[in-house]
Design a protein around this ligand. Sequence first.
Ligand code: BGC
Length: 271
Amino acid sequence: VDVIGVDIGGSGVKAAVVDVAAGVLITERLRESTPRPATPDAVCDVVGALVERVGAGAPAGAGDMSRSPVGCTIPSVVTDGVVRTAANIDDGWIGARAAARLGELLDRPVTVLNDADAAGIAEVRFGAARGVDGTVVVLTLGTGIGSALFRDGVLVPNTEFGHAQLHGDSAERWAAASVRKAQELSWAEWAGRLSEYLDHLVLLVRPRRIVLGGGVSRRAEKFLPLLEVDPDVEVVPAALANAAGIVGAAMAAAEAVGRIDVPGFTVDGSP
Ligand code: BGC
């Protein structure tokens, strides 16, 4: 089952064709810079162009990609296909009927969901949280901090643990991967901040496992050994790295048209 996945991030928009049964990209992953300002008009244009390009690049066996469903992430709370928050994207997105709008633009079914929820869905099915029962949190460490909460593999959509309060502000302003770069923190300094944040998260939801994703997960050896977190909580790097959002988005789209089952994912974003 081949579906197009798109991942809208704070710095880049990425897309590929995904084999959702295997959880792998079957085309090259194409990337464009996120337009600035990242208004709905500007971002939708980029998504449209990327979907066309990845569809055209699909292998012959993939079938006609010009009508294939599209799953698209956004770094926001999404309910009923409508974007509700905009922490690291233009405020113009708030209230945007993203699924309907992209569906019209691309002339096919489009499913829109939170970026971290998408990454989490992929990690639970194919990656570092596969087969783990109990409470699992998948975090994406990037421009902000995204979260996906699972109980026995079932998603609780739209959690916003990056906005838990730490030092008087959203925790992501203290511990996101972007903060390490912006404030030129050493790996040890950043690991200290991340430990403090993870401690807080453990206090709030007591997960059995925390999966750390986002681009920085590729450099896990730099900071994972430096983390100090309750030893009863397993902290592991994500397995799908920068493909997780795309894979999860495609899975959500396939679920929405009835081709696969994603426990806990609903098109309207409700639990
Ligand atoms: C947003 C989340 C998003 C996360 C990662 C946060 O600022 O509020 O919805 O998942 O950034 O992009």
